[in-house]
Design a binder for this molecule. Structure first.
Ligand SMILES: [Zn+2]
Length: 301
């Protein structure tokens, strides 16, 4: 549990993106330990929840890496199972945070599969560009694994052939994932489409040979060589993945400004302060009468 184990934690959390030359296809690989540990270590989640949250983290990194603009993505799993919801939020700088809300602690202890944890439910993907309107995609969580649900999401929402692989290791507190995706090819001829489809199947087959042990121990270059040594792969500069909770005293004040002045006064009279705790990182922000006076008299922005 301690971050002093240098053998597994000296490696930076990294996201790699690459192109398969001559194939109109791209790939991504993410390998995480510190970010994952930061998300789970403050919470006392049972094993199945930790593993699924790890997979969701890796998948959200892969998804945010497909953003072509500044912004953030939140992926939420919601259902009628022992987990009320599970959510990971990340931005184009790969700053990630995540949370699981357990509604039935006893059932959550036993549950390991996606189905047992979430029950019947949906995956809701919210994309918020820094400029412009947010949009949402929803798919049913009706596949056996989270990786298959993501693959299905790409099928129905983006209709770009994409496959996702996810890995989660509790003992080492590591998570990882990869993605293979076709790129739109301007041509659009049947011949081209057939070639792309067969390229995609070929790459998916190669990626299927990946083993958990490899993705958790090998660096990106070695791993990609092992998987795709017959192909020409060009790697972009890796991106570092960080844990970052975007909560702040200012954001709490904005939330408090939505509460009626009477209610704020009641809270102050009862407790002498208004407290808010971030559910992601469990930081508590306290506001005293003086802090609240300044914003009740004028609009915050
Ligand atoms: Zn926070």
């Amino acid at each position: 549990m301690s971050p002093t184990n240098t053998t597994s934690t000296t490696k930076t959390d990294e996201l790699n993106r690459y192109l398969f030359e001559g194939m109109h296809a791209r790939g991504e690989l993410v390998q995480l330990s510190q970010t994952y540990q930061a998300i789970i270590n403050k919470h006392n989640y049972p094993l199945g929840v930790r593993l699924l949250l790890g997979e969701l983290l890796a998948a959200t990194c892969l998804l945010t890496a497909t953003l072509k603009f500044e912004g953030e993505i939140t992926v939420q799993l919601q259902g009628n199972g022992p987990i009320g919801y599970m959510s990971v939020n990340g931005d184009n700088n790969q700053q990630m945070r995540g949370i699981a809300k357990i509604v039935d602690a006893e059932a959550a202890q036993e549950a390991t599969s996606l189905q047992a944890l979430i029950g019947k439910g949906n995956m809701i993907i919210t994309v918020k560009p820094s400029q412009g309107d947010a949009y949402q995609g929803i798919v049913a969580l009706d596949q056996p694994t989270l990786a298959q649900c993501f693959t299905h999401y790409f099928d129905v929402s983006a209709q770009i052939p994409t496959q996702v692989w996810l890995f989660s290791n509790d003992e080492k507190q590591q998570v990882a994932g990869c993605l293979v995706q076709l790129l739109p090819d301007g041509d659009g001829s049947v011949e081209n489409k057939n070639k792309q489809q067969s390229d995609f199947e070929h790459l998916a087959q190669l990626t299927n040979t990946i083993k958990a042990k490899e993705i958790f121990t090998l660096d990106a270059q070695t791993l990609l060589y092992r998987l795709y040594h017959q192909e020409k792969v060009s790697l972009f500069e890796p991106q570092t993945v960080h844990y970052h909770c975007g909560c702040s005293s200012d954001k709490c004040l904005t939330a408090i400004s939505q509460i009626k002045a009477d209610e704020i006064n009641d809270l102050l009279a009862e407790q002498g302060k208004v407290s808010m705790t971030c559910e992601y990182c469990l930081t508590t922000y306290d506001f005293f009468p003086d802090d609240l006076k300044s914003f009740t008299s004028k609009q915050t922005h």
